[in-house]
Design a protein. Structure first.
Length: 103
């Protein structure tokens, strides 16, 4: 007889990000939240913002932390948070530590 693992999967809240409005009504609003979250990081970060059916933010996470000029991410890492937070919508964004979005 073999054993089957019984597991549970949970999201853990690490901290809060203070922001004036938690409802995203435009792409620019999503950009502002992601900019505040990623900040002036010295490495590329791919962030995932999840929203409910009323476009209110349900979670924010760093799906990938890369190097100076690249960030490799698997779709599994993007959608894991979306599924765990029962997201209706996701917004994905990343930064350019060089300051040049073309490089």
């Amino acid at each position: 007889m073999e054993n089957i693992q019984i597991v549970s999967i949970k999201m853990v809240k690490e901290k809060n990000l203070e922001y004036e409005n938690t409802q995203i009504l435009s792409p620019y609003e999503g950009f502002k939240v992601l900019k505040k979250f990623i900040g002036d990081s010295d490495r590329e970060i791919l962030a995932v913002l999840t929203l409910d059916t009323k476009n209110k933010i349900t979670s924010l996470t760093k799906a990938s932390i890369g190097s100076l000029n690249s960030s490799i991410v698997h779709p599994r890492e993007v959608f894991k948070t979306a599924i765990l937070s029962n997201a209706a919508t996701i917004i994905v964004g990343h930064n350019h530590p060089s300051g040049d979005p073309l490089n």
